[in-house]
Design a protein around this ligand. Structure first.
Ligand SMILES: Nc1ncnc2c1ncn2[C@@H]1O[C@H](COP(=O)(O)OP(=O)(O)O)[C@@H](O)[C@H]1O
Ligand SMILES: [Mg+2]
Length: 284
């Protein structure tokens, strides 16, 4: 399969709602044939990504394949050179920044804060798009902060200084901040990087179970297979393959995209309710 053979990544059924007005395909956040150039070359090259609302999508690909750039384009942080990102059918550039900030939460790789803040104060930053300028936080704001801390297991760390946290704890605080934002779309760039295995599983379970659309750049193919409904594999900025983890994560793909030998078997999960690929890497 060459990149040219890959149909644009669109998992949305193109059925039309009963009112005949809204196509399902227009709901949510989607990128259509977006490109981005840097250093005189295309680092994202005609990528289409249309996650069905509520799904968990894994963004896979080697270092430098364009995952972070695509997430920034989706978040509206970087403008595409061509192509368009839409939110419920409206081009992102026409949607106000505040509206985007209320809808879309981003957890960057290695997010940091310069000022001295407590865990709770960092999480409260997630409420800014929902607050009027200069107005104090409301009971609803505080409830959202409390719930985000609970969901991420950070309630008893609320008063601790951000600067005294471990890398993994900081990562969880960033997730909590994103949850406090009450987004409908959540974009995460390698959120499991600093986490031990238990916290990797906890975090991805939490994200996959949230009733919102998540796009997660991930390195770990087994985690992608466990938690993602769909995966998109980038290779040198191009969408190389897309589909369910079982369709996409194969020995051939791993050899071609990552240059690594692997044995892929099928595992049954949850009493055979569904199967997923399980990947074991071999020494080259
Ligand atoms: N501002 C920039 N100038 C030049 N090259 C860039 C710039 N930003 C990203 N790149 C290059 O684009 C490619 C894709 O980067 P990135 O999206 O960070 O990939 P990934 O997240 O998959 O590792 C990399 O080769 C990177 O070096
Ligand atoms: Mg990256």
């Amino acid at each position: 399969m060459t990149p040219d053979d890959v149909t644009p990544y669109d998992m949305t059924p193109d059925d039309v709602a009963p009112d005949g007005m809204t196509s399902h395909a227009e709901l949510g956040l989607r990128a259509d044939r977006v490109t981005r150039e840097a250093g005189g070359r295309l680092i994202v090259d005609g990528v289409t990504l249309a996650p069905p609302p509520g799904s968990t999508v894994g963004l896979l690909g080697p270092n430098g394949s364009g995952k972070s750039t695509l997430l920034r384009i989706l978040a509206g942080v970087l403008a595409p050179a061509s192509g368009v990102v839409t939110l419920d059918g409206d081009p992102l550039r026409d949607v106000g920044r505040r509206t985007v900030a209320r809808r879309v939460a981003v957890v960057d790789q290695d997010a940091t804060t310069q000022v001295e803040l407590s865990v709770e104060e960092v999480v409260r930053l997630g409420r800014i798009p929902h607050r009027r300028a200069w107005s104090p936080s409301t009971a609803q704001d505080e409830e959202a902060v409390r719930e985000a801390l609970t969901r991420t297991g950070l309630s008893d760390r609320a008063a601790q200084s951000w600067h005294t946290l471990s890398g993994g704890e900081r990562q969880r605080v960033q997730i909590a901040r994103a949850l406090a934002q009450a987004p409908q779309e959540l974009l995460l760039d390698e959120p499991t990087n600093h986490l031990d295995i238990q916290h990797q599983l906890d975090l991805l379970s939490l994200v996959a179970d949230l009733p919102l659309t998540s796009v997660i750049a991930l390195h770990d193919l087994n985690l992608a297979a466990m938690f993602c409904d769909h995966v998109l594999v980038l290779r040198e900025g191009v969408a190389h393959a897309s589909g369910t983890p079982s369709e996409v994560i194969t020995e051939e793909l791993i050899a071609k995209v990552y240059g690594v030998r692997a044995v892929v078997t099928t595992l049954a999960d949850e009493g055979e309710r569904f199967t997923r690929p399980s990947i074991r890497f071999l020494r080259n």
